[in-house]
Design a protein around this ligand. Sequence first.
Ligand SMILES: CC(=O)Nc1ccn([C@@H]2O[C@H](CO)[C@@H](O)[C@H]2O)c(=O)n1
Length: 107
Amino acid sequence: MQTAPTEMTFFERFEADILASKKTITIRDEAESHYKVGSVVDVSTYEDDRWFCQLKILDVSPIQFSALNDFHAEQENMTLDELKAVIHDIYPGIEQLYVVTYQLVEQ
Ligand SMILES: CC(=O)Nc1ccn([C@@H]2O[C@H](CO)[C@@H](O)[C@H]2O)c(=O)n1
């Protein structure tokens, strides 16, 4: 049994959109899918591990790469083509992904 993680990292190029609540989901692989709904996680940049906010996990749902649609892209503040390219870079060849929906915790 795995303990639910209490931390999440993002590439720092997404920090501004997360803090502006323009990016309200992240799409991760199985290894990063074990967040507990209702928990609050500390969020840092991937590059230099700089803390920048807390997020409340609202939902974790499986999604196939091939089923990604414009609604996912909208919640990422990207076009669908951009989103697919980003995910393809981070998780090349992975079909089984998870949508993690979150809400910014105002500090
Ligand atoms: C740093 C790290 O460990 N991993 C990831 C994994 C994903 N993402 C972003 O989530 C969305 C869908 O994948 C896109 O916006 C991605 O760029 C991220 O920022 N950091």
